[in-house]
Every structure is written in C-alpha cells, then in structure tokens.
Design a protein around this ligand. Structure first.
Ligand SMILES: Cc1cc2nc3c(=O)[nH]c(=O)nc-3n(C[C@H](O)[C@H](O)[C@H](O)COP(=O)(O)OP(=O)(O)OC[C@H]3O[C@@H](n4cnc5c(N)ncnc54)[C@H](O)[C@@H]3O)c2cc1C
Length: 454
C-alpha cells in the first residue's frame, strides 16, 4: 500500500525471440504502465533478414543489417533483454526455461521464427546451404567468392566449369535475389579482376519446381522477373525438381527427363520449417502443429485453452482471415507483434478487445541492382522504378539510424560503381588449400574450430 492505494505488481510479459514479431511487440509494450517486459533471444541482435542475401553476395557487411537488441530497446525502461536460448516451456506453470534458468510469466509471446527445410532430405544441407542467419550468409559469401578463387587456379576445364557453376534451388524472392546478385558479380563486378578465368563464363542456374518464379506474385510480375533474370545472364529452369544433391552433382527432373549438373556451389532457397519451440508447444497444449511445424493459433493469436500464451510470426499458422495461413513475411510478424501488444494493453485496462486483421501492403523482390518487381495489388511496378521503391521500403524498415545511413550510402556507391565492397572470404584458416571444400562449415570462434581439410 502506498498512500492508501493498493499497488499492483507489474504484469510480467515474456517475449521469446527478438526478430520482427518479438521486437515489434516489445517496442509497442515499451511505455505501457504496470507492465514489465523480458525479451529473451539467443542472439544479442535483431537481424534484418530481407537483406541477408546482400551479405552473402558481398554488398553489405553483417553489422549493417543487425542492431543490438539492448540499444534498440534502451529507451524502454520497463524492458529487460536477456541473452539465452529457451529450451522448454511449462504453459500450466507459466514458466519458460533456458537450460537450468527459469523465468516466470503472466503472458508469454513466442516469436522464435523458422529455419530452412530440406523436405526430409536433411543430408542435402551439407552440399546446399541455406540462408537464415548471419553465419549462413558469411558461409555463403565464403563459398561464392572461394569458388572464383579456386577456378582461377584450376587447370582442368571440367573442374573449372564446375567451380564456375552456381545452382540456386528455389525461385521465391530469396532465390531470385541470390541468382540476380551472383550473375551481377560474375558478369559485371568481377569481370576485370581475374587473369586466368573469364568470369563471364560463369553459369548461374535458378531451379523452380512450379511453372514460374516468384509464385506468390501476379503471373505478369513473374514473367517480368524471369525476363530480367535472363537479361542478367541467369538460366531460369521452371517445372524442374531437384531429386538429389551429392558430391557437387545436382540431379534434376523436368517432366520425364532426368539430368545432372556439376556445380561446386549449390544454394538452398526452397523451403522453411518452424523453430523447434513449435513442437514443444504442440506437445504441452491442445494446439496443433501444421506440416511445417507452425502452431495453429486462435483468431487472437493465442493457443487454445491458454489465453495468456501467444504465438506470432513465422512460428504461427494463422488462417482465420482467408482460410489459408498468412505468409512467412516480416510485415505479418510485425503486425502480429503489435496486435498482441495492443491486446495485452486492452485486457489490462479492461477496454474492448481489438480484432486482428492483417493488412497486406504488397510484395517486393529485387532482381539486380537496377531492377525489381513490386506487387501492390492495385498497382504493379517493374524495372528501375520498382527498384527505387524496394530500396526506400528497405531503408525505412531497417532498424537504427546508423544502419540506414551506412546501407543507403553503400547502395548508392554500388549503384554508381557497380562494386561490391564486402567481398571478404572469412571464417577459414589462412592458407587452406581448397576453401570451397569447407563451404558448409560455419563461422566459429578461432579456438573452437573444426579441423580443416588441409
Ligand atoms: C533470406 C531471407 C530473406 C527474406 N526476405 C524477406 C523479404 O524480402 N520480405 C519479407 O517480408 N520477409 C522476408 N523474409 C522473411 C522474414 O524475415 C520473416 O518472415 C520474419 O523474420 C519472421 O519474423 P519472426 O519474428 O517470426 O522470426 P525471426 O525474425 O526469424 O526472429 C526469430 C528470433 O528468435 C530467436 N530465437 C529462435 N529460437 C530461439 C530460442 N529457442 N530462444 C531464444 N531465441 C530464439 C532468433 O535468434 C531470432 O532473433 C526473409 C527471410 C529470409 C531468411
């Protein structure tokens, strides 16, 4: 009691995951009275995943697209940030576990996202790394630029061609962006940089199982994207399924025909599955998981029977709006995070509860440094106008003023010079004989490295 007024302890909101969903929820709760927020992430930074492919292809550096969670939330006095990996949840006891450490909550928001999926062929991951984390991007960058370095030294023409062949599996936005960027590197950026190879002989293949690239976009934009990729030098193969990836050989099937491609670099951009916490929730509560491991949520994003447990972003399967699950994109996660924050506020203040409705402002994909496609529903943009639109949207949503400035300056510099300043090969021992062979080893601290194939 203070001055005769009963004091309520603050309502403890625990948010697991500082990606788009978790961070936007935390920001929206940042100044709410009588709420105490704990944001837990296994990383100490928020990662702007839509620009990861630019790290993988040497346009920007990892720090340019990452912001320390502590500094993003430093103005929110009611919020603490904890570094740690949540390993388990007790929904009845209202606790989350980080190994031995236990954190109690009144309301829990789970926003741990997704990672890439190989549709049951997990053994392909070794040969065809995907792109989800900063480490993935650095490993991919190492693999791409090491392939050119190894080709420069290779005297056997067949081996050289395999080194200069890049296969990207999956024609969604990430695959299209990677293919366009690699083609630009080979045919423009590095054209004058080598003495023994002509990087113009590089082959960039984009494989898509469906009948067009960018399947979620309007068919007209898929056609535009394919035409722009072809103009850049990418070979686009639609209706093409990968049936095996092994030992630098990709086996593909188009109709009844089977073919093999010799490629030292195979990059995976084909599928995602939800973070393992989804499975834990589905084991501990009546909630169901879909085939991708996402938790099927109620209309207010809570779990059946647990009105204080919310699942948002890539981890959630929300089908109440259209009958189909909302897509795994940043705006969905951001809007869901903001919605759950407003719901918590309304509940605590005994106000009418809001209803969640996702507003789709459109989809964008970039094809190269001067072309993109933008689907706003009511309008469709292509070419340089779309590219400028894409650029401003991404700058706007980058977290942190310094990031915005640095990335914008780098893009302008690259635009006018066609250079890529971050073409560093890192995360390997200096002097390694064939860095391409260690393509799937992840960047690790020096004293904890796996032995290399020297
Ligand atoms: C390469 C790539 C390109 C993309 N491009 C676009 C694009 O152009 N436009 C677009 O809209 N979307 C894009 N997306 C999708 C978009 O990034 C996701 O939809 C969005 O990040 C989902 O947000 P989220 O909060 O659900 O998860 P995430 O942003 O993935 O965040 C999850 C967070 O949880 C943390 N975490 C995970 N497990 C644990 C644990 N057990 N304990 C503690 N912390 C944990 C992670 O460290 C991470 O910080 C892209 C994704 C990728 C991978």
């Amino acid at each position: 009691m203070v001055n005769g007024v009963e004091c309520q302890p603050p309502h403890q909101v625990v948010i697991v995951g500082g990606g788009f969903g978790g961070l936007y929820a935390a920001k929206a709760l940042g100044k709410v009275k009588n709420v105490s927020v704990t944001l837990i992430d296994k990383r100490n930074f928020h990662l702007f995943q839509p620009l990861l492919y630019q790290v993988a292809t040497g346009t920007v550096s990892p720090a340019d697209i990452s912001s320390p969670l502590r500094s993003v939330l430093s103005e929110s006095q009611n919020t603490r940030v904890l570094l740690g990996e949540v390993s388990d949840i007790d929904p009845d006891g209202q606790k989350v576990f980080m190994g031995e450490e236990v954190i109690a909550y009144d309301t829990l928001i789970l926003a741990t996202g997704a990672k890439h999926s190989y549709f049951g062929k997990d053994e392909w991951e070794k040969s065809a790394p995907g792109l989800k984390t900063v480490e993935d991007a650095i490993a991919m960058r190492r693999q791409i630029f090491s392939a050119f370095e190894a080709a420069e030294k290779e005297t056997d023409p067949a081996k050289r061609q395999a080194l200069l062949t890049f296969v990207i599996v999956g024609g969604g936005p990430t695959g299209v962006e990677l293919a366009g960027a690699i083609a630009e590197i080979a045919y423009q950026t590095m054209r004058k940089d080598f003495r023994n190879i002509d990087t113009g002989e590089t082959q960039v293949l984009l494989l898509e199982g469906l009948d067009r690239v960018l399947p979620p976009f309007a068919p007209q934009l898929s056609q535009e994207a394919e035409a722009a990729l072809t103009k850049l030098g990418v070979t686009v193969r639609t209706n093409t399924l990968v049936t095996n990836i092994d030992n630098d050989i990709v086996t593909i099937k188009s109709g009844e025909e089977t073919e093999t491609i010799h490629a030292k670099t195979v990059l995976w951009a084909a599928g995602v599955k939800a973070s393992p916490l989804g499975k834990i929730i589905c084991e501990r509560t009546p909630a169901e998981c879909d085939r991708a491991g996402r938790v099927v949520v109620e209309a207010d994003l809570s779990i059946p029977g647990y009105p204080n447990l919310f699942v948002i972003g890539d981890l959630a399967h929300y089908a109440h709006q259209t009958g189909k699950p909302l897509p795994g994109v940043a705006p969905v996660a951001m809007q869901e995070g903001q919605f759950v924050a407003s719901l918590i506020k309304a509940k605590l203040n005994h106000k009418p509860l809001p209803q969640f409705k996702y507003r789709d402002y459109g989809s964008l994909a970039v094809i190269g440094q001067h072309a993109a496609v933008v689907d706003l529903g009511f309008a469709k943009l292509t070419g340089a106008v779309a590219w400028l639109f894409w650029l401003f949207v991404h700058i706007y949503f980058l977290i942190g003023f310094e990031n915005k400035l640095v990335v914008m300056l780098q893009w302008l510099w690259n635009y006018f010079t066609r250079r890529r300043g971050a073409r560093l090969i890192t995360g390997m021992d200096v002097g390694v004989k064939n860095p391409v062979n260690q393509s799937v080893e992840y960047y690790q601290p020096v004293d904890n490295r796996t032995p290399l194939n020297v």
